[in-house]
Ligand binder design. Structure first.
Ligand code: KIV
Ligand code: ZN
Length: 515
């Protein structure tokens, strides 16, 4: 095979990490974008882990997996037969479905976690693959903690599962322990020692605990791996998984070296990265390779001079290659609804009449306050207005008093259906006072676990975007809000979290699943 299969696990391994939880609607939105990005496989979740996750995987299979040219939709399962049944129940609606089954094979995991012998694990793996094959042809098997598994035993397991019908064998560096040269040798040796390895696609799944996930994935490709498991923005358990955008752009930019490509539409990379950030509320670090804010910014005078004379001097990739258009000055006070709709369509937002109406109102309000409106401003207000969850509560009015030497106090009015509720609160600071006033209205006490504020564009009149994570009596929910007034943005983010809490699919799932 002369191209790399890109297996995206943002919705499974990525979503599993604390703070990255997504509800069904959010997973669907992300899955649609992954389909536009043209990844080969979407691992949509771990269906037995919770009813919410089952539903999310099933909806991705039904609504994205049935589209023309859709990626393969994959569900994860342990080797228990009931797990596999549940995974199949969720993925079976897609045009092309995959069951990915795994069991730990390292002696450390066998002894302390599974309390099983090598022979028992080998048998469970084979039985699982046979059971999955009865449902579908496309079965993947992973020996968890492969990088710390005895090599001969791992080869024995791999040979047996390929005989049992596994079509992909995925070698995970579960704890991010491997070093590129060592990993290259291990993958090479698997191909030599597993007699039937030619009958399956060899894959790797690298974690980033030592910062080597991308380097290990690329080393594995050089050693013959043809599927790479990775995530957008490198999200995932602990330090994360190998970053999809880094691998894809390394292969594209250094095609002279790797002589292999992917089918990813790289112009969709930036949008995918930002969509994920906006869904999870977790921003990308500015110096992150490929998708960080500064990834294409030339600051040093010598560099700027060089780039102005000839881009090739310091630029190995073009921002357009990842779909990063210049942040254009778009519109102003006098722009009409049709112009807004057209620009939003260019930015990838196809809004219905109701959504456009809301976005237009916010746009006009913004145009009254801010002289210049950029693409990023529009993206921010659209994301804010087009709620991912039904708006049980909306912010109707906010008044606050704060200053040096006075106790901050706030009055807030919230609408719920046709009813209007008003209350007030005081606090340590203006944000605290506003959130206390909201708590007084709803009777729900939220504890702010995380609060982040960033300016969407430059300038004193920039929109402030607030992301929060709020703990409401043990249920943690993310929220986002934006406004040129950062206190209002904070209130909007908090109300957004509240709406997720009261919506049945909105609260963060606490996944507790044993080995
Ligand atoms: O890291 C890991 O080992 C995994 C497996 C389920 C593939 O995520
Ligand atoms: Zn993993």
């Amino acid at each position: 095979m002369d191209r790399i299969i890109i297996f995206d696990t943002s919705l499974r391994d990525g979503e599993q990490a604390p703070g990255f939880s997504m509800n069904t609607q959010e997973k669907l939105e992300m899955a649609r974008q992954l389909a536009r990005l043209n990844v080969d496989v979407i691992e949509a979740g771990f269906p037995i882990s919770s009813d919410e996750d089952f539903e999310a995987v099933r909806e991705v299979a039904k609504q994205v997996g049935t589209l023309e040219g859709a990626p393969i939709i994959c569900g994860l399962s342990r080797v228990g037969l009931a797990d596999i049944d549940r995974a199949w129940e969720a993925v079976k609606y897609a045009r092309r479905s995959r069951i990915h089954t795994f069991v730990a094979t390292s002696d450390i995991h066998l002894k302390y976690k599974l309390r099983k012998s090598r022979a028992e694990v080998l048998k469970a793996a084979v039985d699982a693959v046979k059971h999955a094959r009865a449902y579908c042809e496309d079965v993947e098997f992973s020996p968890e903690d492969a990088s710390r598994t005895d090599f001969d035993y791992m080869c024995e397991v791999l040979e047996a599962v390929i005989d049992a019908g596994a079509r992909t064998i995925n070698i995970p560096d579960t704890v991010g322990y491997a070093i590129p040269e060592e990993w290259f040798n291990r993958i090479m040796k698997i191909r030599e020692h597993v007699k039937n390895s030619g009958k399956a696609v060899l894959s790797v799944h690298c974690h980033n605990d030592l910062g080597q996930a991308v380097a290990n994935s690329l080393a594995a490709i050089r050693a013959g791996a043809r599927q790479i498991e990775c995530t957008i923005n490198g999200i995932g358990e602990r330090a994360g998984n190998a970053s999809l955008e880094e691998i894809v752009m390394a292969l594209k930019t250094r095609k002279d070296f790797f002589e292999i490509d992917t089918q990813v539409r790289t112009e969709e990379i930036f949008k995918s990265s930002r969509l994920l950030s906006s869904i999870t509320g977790v921003h990308v670090q500015p110096n992150k390779a490929i998708v960080g804010e500064n990834a294409f910014a030339h600051e040093a005078g010598i560099h700027q001079d060089g780039v102005l004379k000839e881009k090739l001097t310091y630029e190995i990739m073009k921002p357009e290659d990842i779909g990063r258009a210049a942040n254009k000055l778009v519109m102003g006070k006098h722009s009409g609804r049709a112009a807004l709709a057209a620009r939003l369509r260019e930015l990838g937002f196809d809004l219905d009449e109701g959504e456009l109406g809301k976005a237009f109102k916010r746009f006009k309000d913004l145009a009254d306050k801010k002289k210049e409106i950029f693409d990023d401003d529009l993206i921010s207000i659209v994301k804010d207005e087009i709620a991912q969850v039904p708006e049980t509560y909306t912010l109707d009015y906010l008044h606050m008093i704060s200053g040096t030497g006075i106790i901050p106090s706030a009055t807030v009015r919230l609408k719920k259906d046709t009813e209007v509720f008003q209350d007030s609160g005081v606090g340590d600071g203006p944000v605290d006072a506003v959130l206390n006033a909201i708590d007084a209205i709803t009777g729900l006490k939220g504890r702010l676990q995380d609060y982040q504020l960033r300016a969407v564009t430059s300038g004193k009149d920039a929109i402030g975007e607030v992301s929060v994570r709020v703990d409401f009596d043990g249920t943690v929910v993310p929220g986002k809000g934006s406004s040129t007034d950062v206190i209002e943005a904070s209130a909007r983010a908090y109300v957004n979290a509240l709406n997720r809490l009261v919506h049945p699919a909105g609260g963060q799932k606490v996944k507790e699943i044993g080995p």
